[in-house]
Design a protein around this ligand. Structure first.
Ligand SMILES: NC(=O)c1ccc[n+]([C@@H]2O[C@H](COP(=O)([O-])OP(=O)(O)OC[C@H]3O[C@@H](n4cnc5c(N)ncnc54)[C@H](O)[C@@H]3O)[C@@H](O)[C@H]2O)c1
Length: 341
């Protein structure tokens, strides 16, 4: 264990902050220094008491200039990510930011600019990269267990009717489900198959009828090396939250989801395919593994290695999601334009 202690401020004390606060408590090198939330209820005091923060403030600006803070974790609604992340980087603090990096590409680009200018760390917590099922599936692909990829698909299936956010922040015309939630599936497919080149998508609106955005999207992508892919994003679906995923390769297929243990690995053994029995690859998924994410972020700082997930990754994922929304809205196939660092 390192001797170095990191004083951490958590900005936003809502639902997902719970996983971050637990992750901090599990990391011996981290001390919860400050919590911040501007809600009109007692959540700030509760978080301070439950997790033993030294200070609690309603306005994040009160923390700017505080030399005790080593890094901040930002878990506020998506439309405030840019303002708060840039303010802390300009204040000389490293930042671990919730996904999606932002709702628009100009906001992502501004954050990349500020990261470069200030030389601070900015990592977007694309937390699927810390779920063992996704990690192990990618490892199998990289080891060649299914040959060359041909078709990749993933999904984000959730019911937002019970997840509107504090003061209904998710119920907003800017907060497309594809960007806020579909980003998980897109990020995984980018991680495993590279940056898609173009997208064609369709959306409809059948579930969340009092919401100002479509709730169901299907998108198909052209990836590099002739790989093709698909993402389904449903934010009103009547089932438990999951991300079913299939990776089809020339020598095998990997099937798993985000919550059930184990991965099915089908491999070509020369027998008729209908008789192939999958190998069960043991894997214990941890959905929302902020403990792993925080630990990796902190270890990278201790060891002086780059961020485990570069900020540009968050921006590239937003670029794909935005292009998907545009395709569904226009009915056109959209070439994906990626931000430059
Ligand atoms: N990685 C994941 O799987 C995952 C899951 C859920 C949410 N998220 C992301 O985490 C973020 C928060 O989502 P949530 O579900 O916790 O929402 P939430 O509504 O439960 O919590 C958000 C909190 O931020 C506070 N807040 C808003 N503006 C603030 C400001 N300017 N200063 C201080 N506090 C402020 C609110 O009062 C609220 O307590 C969003 O970006 C969301 O997309 C990620």
């Amino acid at each position: 264990m390192s001797e170095k202690k990191f004083n951490v401020a958590v900005i936003g004390c809502g639902n997902i902050a719970t996983s971050h606060l637990k992750g901090l408590a599990a990391k011996p090198e981290c001390v919860l220094y400050a919590v911040c939330d501007n809600a009109n209820d007692d959540r700030l005091e509760r978080r301070k008491n439950d997790y033993g923060a030294k200070i609690a403030v309603k306005d994040y600006k009160e923390l700017l200039g505080d030399p005790n803070i080593d890094f901040v974790i930002i878990t506020v609604p998506d439309n405030s990510h840019m303002e708060i992340a840039c303010a802390f980087m300009r204040d000389g603090k490293d930042v671990l930011l919730e996904k999606p990096m932002a709702l628009t590409l100009p906001e992502c680009e501004e954050m990349l600019r500020v990261e470069k200018e200030t030389g601070k760390r900015l990592m977007v917590g694309q937390v699927v990269r810390y779920n063992n099922n996704f990690v192990n599936a990618k490892k199998l692909v990289d080891e060649g267990a299914i040959g060359e990829l041909a078709f990749v698909e993933s999904e984000y299936a959730h019911d937002y009717s019970v997840a509107r956010g504090y003061n209904d922040w998710r119920v907003s015309p800017e907060r497309e489900g594809m960007i806020g939630g579909g980003c998980h599936a897109v990020d995984f497919l980018r991680w495993v198959a590279g940056d898609p080149i173009e997208v064609h998508a369709f959306s409809n609106h059948k579930y969340l009828l009092d919401w100002p955005v479509n709730d169901t999207t299907i998108a198909i992508y052209k990836f590099p090396n002739g790989v093709i892919g698909k993402v389904f994003c449903g934010i009103g679906v009547k089932r438990n939250y999951t991300m079913r995923t299939c990776l089809y390769g020339t020598k095998g297929t990997i099937v798993f989801d985000s919550r059930n243990p184990d991965i099915q690995l089908f491999q070509d053994n020369g027998e008729p395919k209908s008789y192939v029995t999958p190998t069960i690859v043991p894997s214990e998924p941890v959905s929302h593994n902020m403990t792993g994410e925080i630990s990796d972020f902190v270890d990278a700082m201790i060891e002086g290695r780059p961020n485990p997930i570069a900020a540009i990754e968050g921006a590239r994922t937003v670029a794909v999601c935005r292009a998907t929304v545009e395709s569904a809205a226009t009915g056109e196939t959209v070439k994906i334009v990626y931000p430059e660092v």
